[in-house]
Design a protein around this ligand. Structure first.
Ligand code: UD1
Ligand code: UDP
Length: 378
């Protein structure tokens, strides 16, 4: 039984669910909490996933306690009825943690996809760092995307035989979605002159960036817009009203700043492939953009995804206006700095993560006798 609730979990679980559906050894049940509604449904539609259970918990302005309680309570009758042999959760959202806790209360083993990422700071990302750690405490099989994630788990006392290094399933989703000849079916994107303009792609939604930090980020975008007349800034605005209100207030009136609705994954991934660089506080984008050779400036002080920082394609720039402007400016005027960051690297996967996870599940359930080998990035 796969349980998830937000856009990034859906994107990263979709290829695994599609692969599980093809396996004769397993019966796959999909449960969505719908912690996100529209942004989740976009992904379910794209990958043609029809959940057997939909807890439909999203409320405007939901608190962390709201999400936790509603997922926990909503899962109770589902788990009692279905009694799955294993529950798969993904990553670090509050749906992830609450679903793992529900599984534990029903003594059902948990497989944690994208396990072991750590920033080392319990308040950043908030609440994701602790959601991920608490989920690890409730997990039987840890699917670590990278060797670093495995080391983090071992450092916390997880036994090595419980960990499988698989790569990140987001690369499976990305490689299946980006097409060199992709044409946008979106009027505002169709009107962008990708050949002569440099497109900066922006996303921002982190809870710890709401308020003053996000204001700084948006003011830096205004400054960039004033300084460079050959850039187009595209910002698909997250559905959170706390993000939207501020974004439209500060950025609503500029010709080359395009505030658009969250994009479906297919146009978004293809926009990623066509943009000049990315400004973001997203986790998933730090994994996807390096695979496409796109520089990423991360609007955070730290990251639980250090691999692409080490490879030089991702830089942490924080949320101060002048710092964001300075690093973006450098990327726009200095070709040497740009060239150093645009190298395509793949520390997060090779597009075969889902099949490794399935092999690990087969090994756990004794359908196969040989333990699958860990993935390692060359
Ligand atoms: C959640 C996750 C975060 C993840 C992010 C991905 C938690 C605590 N946070 O944060 O880890 O990075 O998703 O985007 O689990 N809303 C809609 N429609 C939607 C989605 C959201 O209207 O489709 C609005 C609702 O008013 C909702 C608010 O956005 O109350 C915030 O959603 P929530 O899931 O609580 O937080 P995110 O910031 O999206
Ligand atoms: N994404 C998308 N449409 C958008 C913005 C992002 O499909 O308009 C995808 C993006 O490619 C990535 C995922 O959503 O796979 C990241 O989600 P988000 O930034 O909401 O969450 P995070 O990764 O920070 O948890």
């Amino acid at each position: 039984m796969s349980i998830f609730g937000t856009r990034p979990e859906a994107i990263k679980m979709a290829p695994l669910i599609k692969a599980l559906e093809k396996e004769k050894d397993f019966q796959s049940i999909v449960v969505v909490s719908a912690q996100h509604r529209e942004m989740l449904d976009q992904v379910l539609d794209l990958f043609q996933i029809k959940p057997q259970y939909d807890l439909n918990i999203m409320q405007a302005g939901q608190t962390l306690s709201d999400i936790t309680c509603r997922v926990l309570k909503g899962l109770e009758p589902v788990l009692e009825k279905e009694k799955p042999d294993m529950i798969l959760v993904h990553g670090d959202t509050t749906t992830t943690f609450a679903a793992a806790l529900a599984a534990f209360y029903h003594k059902i083993p948990v497989g944690h996809v994208e396990a072991g990422l750590r920033s080392g700071n319990m308040y950043s990302p908030f609440p994701e760092e602790i959601n991920r750690k608490l989920t690890a405490g409730l997990t039987t099989l840890h699917f670590a995307p990278t060797p670093t994630a495995k080391e983090n788990l071992i450092g916390e006392g997880v036994r090595e035989e419980q960990i499988f290094v698989t790569g990140n399933t987001v690369i499976d989703a990305l490689l299946a979605t980006v097409k060199p000849d992709y044409k946008f079916n979106h009027s505002e994107l169709q009107a962008i002159d990708f050949a002569n303009k440099r497109v900066i792609l922006v996303t921002a939604h982190r809870r710890e960036n709401l308020g003053e930090p996000m204001k700084n980020i948006f003011q830096a975008l205004v400054q960039l817009h004033e300084e460079f007349n050959d850039i187009e800034i595209i910002f698909p605005v997250h559905k959170n009203p706390a993000v939207r209100n501020l974004a439209f207030e500060i950025l609503g009136d500029y010709k080359r700043i395009h505030l658009i609705e969250p994009l479906d994954y297919e146009p978004f991934a293809n926009l990623l492939a066509k943009c000049y660089f990315i400004l973001t506080d997203s986790g998933g984008l730090q994994e996807e953009a390096p695979a496409l050779g796109k520089p990423v400036l991360v609007l955070r002080e730290n990251t639980e995804r250090p691999e692409a920082v080490a490879a030089g394609t991702v830089a942490l720039v924080g949320t101060q206006k002048q710092k964001i402007f300075y690093h973006s400016y450098n990327l726009l005027v200095n070709l040497e700095i740009y060239a150093k960051m645009e190298r395509a690297v793949n520390p997060y996967g090779d597009g075969k993560s889902c099949s490794r996870i399935i092999e690990a599940l087969k090994f756990y359930f004794k359908f196969i006798r040989i333990r699958p080998r860990d993935w390692f990035c060359l």
